[in-house]
Design a protein around this ligand. Structure first.
Ligand SMILES: [Zn+2]
Length: 505
């Protein structure tokens, strides 16, 4: 924040302006003056003559087009990395949708059904909601909306609408994107994604003709080499700026003159942050209140924490289960609870599995601190007990078997409903260790998949709520999921779509 100067805010207009030149004119005038040079007089030093030159602009491709006059991705020479020419360069997901509509693979009636399905899915509020009338909107979707549509919604709402082969191809595309949209990138993910993209283009060629995906295949090829050079796409996507825009948009303002209010607030926070870093001794706490860090500072998981949710228990460092560095809780929002004999017995069994050693009964604390919501790894996790965060109560983890026995290594990744969270301590090798446990009711697998494709899964609506598997250390949680209840015949099932993980809150 202290390294960013906010030099302007473009108001939201009814129609997107064709050019940003008018808004950029003031800064361009200043940049021209700065480039001619001027004299500054540092304290106790001789005056120096300096010139300020704009070296680079950082943005995503559509913004680069507007800001610096570059070609957009829809241009004939639309590739940012080489000079290849294509006639039509729209994104892969959009290209498929346009084709399906033009060839009536998706009809008007289908889109009505899709709209209904989108509104059915319970999605945490921090994931952007898709407009339900996507038939009229999808051509104007933002990158973020396409990301949500592809990763989270599409396999749910397309189920049963597209012919099987077409849907299978789309599934491969979704899976490839899921592999790539990870906060940390492993080589194996890249290889899997690359192979899936290859299969997608082969099937698309067979279904829609040889040249259908040519530009996209080309861009997918670049993606692999770019990630090999620069790491996870989160590292070089212009998401930090989108996030920054979101941060500005969150400022409470009242009309009119929203821009001026945002600017004032920004200046205040910028000033406070700078003051705090200057370390004004006893006064720096005063500035903290106005600093951005106070509002939210992203927590960075250690490599051990990054794999704690996936790696077999016996191959983890046991210290990981007491590493609460990614946890934020509201200190005042807790209650004290006493654990019953049965609960302590279950906890003992759970700890024994976690640490692969036996615990004496009195090592398990009788009292715990109960929370209804927690922040973990920059994400909000809610529970049944927190009515305001009801869409945040579902999580996914590899922890319980279908018979609800605790089996963290061979069990499926299954959804669970969080009842609440417990800060609970136990004595491990003579030391008191504090754990944060989610108390979870796991769902049981349904025999019929109802035609949904992986990673959408179907579960019995009935949950169980007892035994050692109902306690899971928060480090083991794989992520949250969107969900809905479906009725088939007389039976209800719960359908879940795993959410992509956040990098920042
Ligand atoms: Zn290229």
């Amino acid at each position: 924040m202290e390294n960013i100067m906010l030099i302007g805010i473009i108001p939201s207009l009814k129609k997107e302006p064709g050019s940003l030149d008018y808004f950029l004119q003031p800064i361009i005038n200043e940049l021209i003056l700065l480039s001619r040079g001027f004299q500054i007089s540092p304290a106790k030093k001789d005056p120096v003559f300096v010139k300020v030159l704009l070296l680079c602009a950082s943005s995503d491709i559509p913004a680069a087009r507007k800001l610096a006059g570059f070609m957009g991705h829809a241009a004939i020479k639309g590739c940012s990395l080489c000079t290849i020419s294509f006639q039509d360069n729209s994104g892969t997901a959009k290209r498929f949708f346009v084709h399906w509509v033009e060839n009536e693979l998706l009809t008007k009636a289908d889109f009505e059904l899709i709209g209904g399905r989108i509104s059915e899915l319970n999605v945490p509020a921090d994931i952007g909601r898709l407009p339900t009338n996507i038939a009229t909107n999808y051509s104007q979707f933002t990158a973020d909306e396409w990301k949500n549509l592809v990763l989270l919604y599409s396999l749910f709402f397309l189920q049963g609408l597209l012919p099987e082969r077409h849907l299978q191809m789309w599934q491969k595309f979704v899976l490839a994107c899921r592999e790539l949209c990870q906060p940390t990138m492993r080589k194996i993910r890249l290889v899997i994604a690359d192979r899936l993209f290859l299969q997608v283009s082969r099937i698309a060629e067979e279904l829609y003709g040889p040249s259908f995906l040519t530009p996209n295949r080309h861009i997918h090829g670049h993606l692999k080499e770019t990630i090999e050079c620069y790491g996870s796409i989160y590292g070089f996507w212009a998401f930090s700026f989108e996030r920054f825009n979101g941060f500005l948009a969150d400022f409470p303002t009242n009309k009119p003159s929203v821009e001026i209010q945002i600017m004032r607030k920004f200046q205040k926070i910028g000033f406070a942050t700078e003051m705090k870093h200057k370390e004004f001794g006893e006064f720096s706490d005063f500035f903290t209140e106005f600093c951005r860090e106070k509002i939210d500072s992203p927590k960075i998981p250690t490599p051990k924490l990054q794999v704690a949710s996936e790696k077999p228990i016996n191959r983890q460092d046991p210290l990981v289960w007491t590493d609460l560095s990614l946890l934020q809780v509201k200190q005042e929002a807790y209650t004290l609870v006493t654990m019953s004999q049965k609960e302590r017995y279950d906890l003992k069994e759970m700890y024994e599995c976690l640490y692969e050693t036996s615990f004496p009964g009195d090592a398990i604390a009788r009292v715990a601190i109960k929370y209804t919501t927690v922040y973990w790894n920059n994400e909000l996790y809610g529970s049944v007990s927190s009515s305001r965060c009801k869409n945040y109560k579902m999580l996914m983890a590899k922890w319980a078997e279908d018979d609800f026995k605790l089996d963290p290594d061979f069990g499926d990744i299954r959804p669970g409903k969080v009842s609440h969270y417990l800060m609970h301590s136990t004595e491990v090798n003579g030391c008191i260790k504090v754990h944060l446990l989610a108390v979870v009711e796991w769902f049981k697998k349904k025999n019929a998949d109802l035609g949904y494709l992986h990673p959408i899964t179907v579960w019995q609506k009935r949950v169980q709520n007892d035994g050692p598997a109902s306690y899971i250390p928060i480090q083991r949680i794989l992520g949250k999921c969107a969900w809905t209840i479906k009725k088939h015949g007389v039976q209800y099932s719960i359908v879940v779509s795993p959410l992509p993980r956040h990098v920042f809150s």
